[in-house]
Design a protein around this ligand. Structure first.
Ligand SMILES: NC(=O)c1ccc[n+]([C@@H]2O[C@H](COP(=O)([O-])OP(=O)(O)OC[C@H]3O[C@@H](n4cnc5c(N)ncnc54)[C@H](O)[C@@H]3O)[C@@H](O)[C@H]2O)c1
Length: 423
């Protein structure tokens, strides 16, 4: 037995709440964008849809990306934004009120902390940071800038099906959730890993910035950096982090007290530097959460649950992803329900930030919360590297009794950049 329901009201309500800004009479918010790649464009489009913004400045280290983002902005507003190659100059732009940070993760911490010092409102993409100590320094900087409205880009918190499923779980019908599992199995899109000269429009040295300067190849450059250890740190940190964040939100979890990881490169060796097979066991106080991925090309046996999360409760199991949740009762005679929803999460998350900027209100993903989701997956990668289980002391914000893992919480910066965190 199975019943299908279409989810409408909750998702639409969430998105519409934010669209009020467009109808208001406030002067537009003067926004700058640092990082004009794929997702910077997605975020800007969502901001234009929410309304009430003027993009006054763009920054990138690739002039081709500045050109294309300039064209996107020109479709939406008559005044051309000023273009910068150095984010410090963008932050100096006169009259700037808010900044969107959509650079790769190794370039989040320094612009974020500087924007906090200037009291700017911030929308920063996930993951919060490249390493744990950067993340802590960002949380501390945000706390100092207590008047600033800061949202981190875990937009799936706003997806209609996810919101409704989280509420359903919190209301208690599935009973106590004994364990949760998340996975994203998909064939990664790979590029050519052969070192070559970077495109003439790209300043590779500045792109690498505080991170190690690896020889340029298409597989570590734009977009593809996700699966490079020195930049994106792999599929769990890049994409899986969304599910870990969603599970934390749905179950009200803080930091795991221990994380165990196993995996490696079994098919894509020589192509990427992060695991193509990974399993992680997060021990949260409330319940264990597992993560699983396979990212080599393979035929999937259960495509309908390849990308998503499962919550196993005493009375019901709940599977969910961006568009859909499925409820399967333990009672075999009870009917199974499928709830379908529209995914308008990105528009809603941006609108949520812009509304909070206007009202000086709360955002759905503040830095401390983003830190916990980010640090959880970073600890998984640390556990993988040290070969076992890593215990986290959340009060001390430290790994327990493991100097090798402790050393991995903070990586050395490439000069002249100085790491903002403490050892
Ligand atoms: N929330 C989501 O669902 C989601 C989805 C995709 C990407 N993201 C996040 O968005 C961010 C950007 O990802 P992307 O896919 O757009 O990558 P991308 O490689 O397409 O774009 C990154 C851009 O940043 C620029 N850049 C690098 N260093 C810079 C610097 N010092 N100053 C200014 N610009 C610099 C690059 O030249 C490039 O144009 C990442 O943090 C990523 O994790 C989030």
């Amino acid at each position: 037995m199975e019943r299908r329901v279409f989810l409408g009201t909750l998702a639409a309500g969430a998105a519409l709440a934010g669209h009020s800004r467009a109808a208001g009479t406030d002067p537009p918010l003067r926004v700058g964008l640092i990082g004009c790649g794929w997702y910077g464009g997605v975020v800007l489009k969502a901001a234009f849809e929410a309304g009430g913004v003027e993009v006054v400045a763009l920054c990138d280290v690739d002039t081709a990306h500045l050109d294309s983002m300039g064209e996107l902005v020109a479709e939406r507003q008559s005044k051309a934004p000023v273009r910068y190659g150095d984010w410090r100059e963008l932050l100096d732009h006169e009259g700037l009120q808010a900044v969107v940070i959509a650079t790769p993760p190794h370039w989040h911490a320094l612009p974020f902390i500087e924007a906090c010092r200037r009291g700017l409102d911030i929308y920063c993409e996930k993951p919060l940071a490249y390493d744990v100590r950067e993340g802590q320094a960002m949380v501390a900087a945000a706390a100092q800038a207590s008047d600033a409205v800061i949202q981190v880009g875990f937009q799936r918190r706003q997806a209609g099906a996810i919101r409704q499923a989280a509420q359903y779980i919190q209301d208690g019908a599935p009973g106590r959730i004994v364990t949760a599992a998340a996975q994203i199995h998909y064939p990664a899109e790979l590029k050519d890993p052969t070192p070559k000269d970077p495109p003439s429009t790209l300043d590779w040295d500045r792109w690498c910035g505080p991170a190690p300067k690896l020889p340029y190849s298409e597989q570590v450059g734009h977009f593809a950096w996700r699966l490079e250890k020195a930049y994106g740190n792999g599929h769990l940190v890049d994409w899986g982090i969304h599910w870990i964040d969603t599970i934390r939100m749905a179950l009200g979890l803080g930091m795991p007290r221990a994380v165990t990881a196993a995996g490696g490169l079994y098919d894509l060796k020589g192509r990427i530097t992060t695991p193509d097979v990974l399993q992680v066991y997060f021990e949260f106080d409330e319940c264990p959460v597992t993560w699983n991925h396979r990212i080599f090309p393979t035929a999937e046996l259960t495509p309908e649950t390849n990308i998503g999360m499962s919550f196993f409760g005493e009375k019901e199991s709940v599977f969910l992803n961006d568009n859909r949740f499925v409820v399967a009762p333990v009672d075999k005679d009870a009917e199974r329900r499928v709830v379908e929803g529209k995914n308008d999460a990105q528009a809603a998350h941006l609108a949520n930030w812009l509304d909070a900027v206007r009202t000086r209100g709360e955002v759905s993903c503040p830095p401390e919360d983003a830190f916990q989701s980010t640090a959880a997956v970073q600890l998984a990668m640390v556990a993988l590297e040290v070969g076992g289980r890593v215990e986290w002391d959340d009060a001390a914000k430290a790994v327990r009794g493991n100097p090798q893992a402790t050393a991995l919480l903070k990586r050395d910066y490439r000069g002249p950049w100085v790491h903002p965190g403490q050892s």
